[in-house]
Design a protein around this ligand. Structure first.
Ligand code: FES
Length: 153
């Protein structure tokens, strides 16, 4: 009985994966099933939070050391694609200077993920916009460090 159930579960999982492969690249599936850099960073040097038109929210946390992104994490309440995009944007930005980090766009994320269906490309835009918000926050705090005292993250 348990063996039958195990076999059935395995078959079902294989079918789900087969269906996913028809829509998504291996990279998207991998980054969705095994998220990278998920979680908060305490007292980050850069922080961004954006809710997209679909109602999903993303947060990006940056640890910046000597003008370079040493660590980048994200949080989201969004779908699997959003998780894949958050994983990718945080992977791409690590090690970059603040200026180079600003060059990460929706299209760069899409290219590195091996593409997304058109109806889900806005998830990559949400990830890019949230990163840019975190970079803006970093620049603002560099100019006006006292504002850090009023931050809630
Ligand atoms: Fe809302 Fe992906 S469906 S960001």
């Amino acid at each position: 009985m348990t063996e039958d159930l195990d076999k059935l579960t395995k078959e079902l999982n294989e079918r789900i994966m087969e269906d996913m492969r028809k829509i998504y690249s291996e990279k998207v599936i991998d980054y969705f099933l095994h998220p990278r850099n998920l979680g908060r960073i305490d007292d980050p040097e850069g922080y961004g939070k954006i809710t997209g038109p679909c109602g999903d929210t993303m947060e990006v946390f940056l640890r910046v050391i000597n003008g370079r992104v040493a660590e980048a994490n994200f949080m989201t309440d969004g779908c699997g694609t959003t998780i894949a995009c958050g994983s990718m944007v945080t992977e791409l930005v690590k090690g970059k200077s603040i200026n180079d980090a600003g060059e990460i766009t929706r299209d760069v994320i899409l290219e590195n993920l091996g593409g997304l269906p058109e109806s889900e490309q806005h998830c990559a835009l949400l990830a890019a916009n949230t990163l840019h918000e975190a970079l803006k926050d970093y620049r603002l705090l560099e100019r006006e460090p006292w504002k850090r005292a009023y931050r809630k993250v």
